[in-house]
Design a protein around this ligand. Sequence first.
Ligand code: MG
Length: 393
Amino acid sequence: MATCAVIVVAAGRGTRAGGPLPKQYHLLGGETVLRRTLRLFAEHPKIHTIQVVIHPDDEARFAAAAEGLPKVRPPVAGGRERQDSVRAGLEALAGEVPDLVLVHDAARPFFTPALIARAIEAAAAHGAAVPVTGVTDTIKVVDGFGTVASTPVRSTLRAVQTPQAFRYDMLRTAHLEAERSGVGGLTDDAAVMEWSGHKVATFEGEAGNMKLTSADDLARAAREGAAPLTDVRTGTGFDVHAFGPGDHVMLGGLAIPFDKGLDGHSDADVGLHALTDAVLGALCDGDIGAHFPPSDPQWKGATSDQFLVFALDKVRARGGSVAHLDLTLICEAPKIGPHRDAIRTRISEITGVALGRISVKATTTERLGFTGRREGIAAMASATIRLPEEDAL
Ligand code: MG
């Protein structure tokens, strides 16, 4: 799979929104605009790393916005113009050399996971692509006196959004060429690619993916645009796998050395199975066996992280987010305590859910029952998710 980085441009002062606080640090439904934007990218399984470009005065604000979110690299300082800021972000990623890069404005916090998926697909297919929507207003070109100079044919016009999507090496080269040639003032990355002679493809944008520009936008978004996630649900999951021959057990996506293995059709990761069922339970969307039947040979030996990612994708496809995951592993052996933090970290990596929202606990059954007799491992889990209210069926 191609690696994909995101550059989030958050260096603007946003003076048009009024007040001393830049717009990307205004609150929307309990979190800042920037945090919401970062969270949506961090939660997407195909995004590997996130580079934020900030104003040097905003280090503390950035730290609060990014706290606990996975995949977010240390910020870099932006330049005088947007073009300089994106170039700084591209240079910060030069050590990683991602295959693809998305460039996104921090002040667009209302995109969906489906838009990210389309952006990645378009970048892989075309090398350079931008999300567009049709224009409903008639657009006029006016002269310096405010008099109409011409009227472009509306059917040929498109409004351009972000994330704009590129092959990393192509965009970096184009930006460096533009800098060397002293070409500035290009207001988006497509314009940099156009200037350097590349064809830029388009893909379908989203009407809801609006840019917060004015104080009015912020107020309206705070009121309604944020689609408050007030439909809070908790699901539970339970799973058991018996010990069999082997030299390790998979628990929460982590291989733990042991003198036995766990029997099962997949990798028998009892913890991830319980979590997957908990998320599906919160969605009222069947169970792991219904979506991944053991009778289907394609799941033989499968790693269980994909089951949990599948369930989380369903939450995100409905515009929701995961508030909390809680997993209890029940066994006499192996000892879970020494691995507990590593399991939490692994679950955070798999799911994109912040570490502070993931709990892993362990207990024994005081040598009673099948786990007490060391015949296998049981796991129980709960998942609390938040969905938009209008999504309730
Ligand atoms: Mg199972």
